[in-house]
Design a protein around this ligand. Structure first.
Ligand code: CUA
Length: 156
C-alpha cells in the first residue's frame, strides 16, 4: 500500500473526526439514559401494591387544594376504572403500567401520555367544563386494546 503524504493526513483527520463524533454521540446517549426527559420517576412494576401512590389508586386531594390521581394501567383496563374530579382545579395524573406499554389519552384534551412499565408518567390538567371525559389507550397492547378505557366525571 502506497499512500501519498496528503492522503495520510486526510485519512488521519477523517479518522479523528469519526472518533470525536462517536464519543459525542455516545456521551449524549449515556446522559439521556441517566436523566430521562421530564425527570421520569422509576418504579418496580411488580411491586405497585406496596409503592405509593399506586398502593392506593384513585383521587387524592393534596394540602394545597390540588388533586393527584394515581392510575395503574394493565391489559386491558385502568385502575380505577372511573373517577370523579372537580372542575377548575389542578389535577395531576400519575400513571404507570403493570405489564406492557399502554397510553393514557384523555379525549378532547392535550393529555396524551405513554404508560410504560417501570416508569411513572405525569401530567397536570385543569378541566374547565363539567361533564364526562373518556380515557383511551392509543398504544396497541393486545387483543383487548380497543376496549381499554376509563371514565372521568368532572363535577362542579
Ligand atoms: Cu392498552 Cu392499548
Amino acid at each position: 500500500m502506497h499512500l501519498h503524504k496528503y492522503e495520510k493526513i486526510w485519512l488521519t483527520f477523517g479518522f479523528a473526526a469519526l472518533i470525536i463524533f462517536l464519543s459525542v454521540v455516545g456521551v449524549s446517549a449515556f446522559h439521556q439514559g441517566h436523566t430521562p426527559a421530564g425527570g421520569l420517576q422509576k418504579v418496580d412494576p411488580d411491586n405497585l401494591e406496596s409503592t405509593p401512590p399506586f398502593d392506593n389508586p384513585g383521587v387524592h386531594e393534596k394540602k394545597d387544594g390540588s388533586y393527584e390521581v394515581a392510575v395503574v394501567a394493565e391489559a386491558f383496563g385502568y385502575t380505577p376504572g372511573k373517577i370523579q374530579v372537580p372542575a377548575g382545579e389542578k389535577v395531576t395524573f400519575k400513571v404507570t403500567s403493570k405489564d406492557v406499554t399502554h397510553s393514557f389519552s384523555i379525549v378532547d384534551t392535550n393529555v396524551n401520555m405513554m404508560v410504560v412499565p417501570g416508569q411513572v408518567n405525569e401530567k397536570t390538567h385543569v378541566f374547565r367544563d363539567p361533564g364526562k371525559y373518556l380515557i383511551v389507550c392509543n398504544e396497541y397492547c393486545g387483543s383487548g386494546h380497543h376496549f381499554m378505557s376509563m371514565e372521568i366525571e368532572v363535577v362542579d
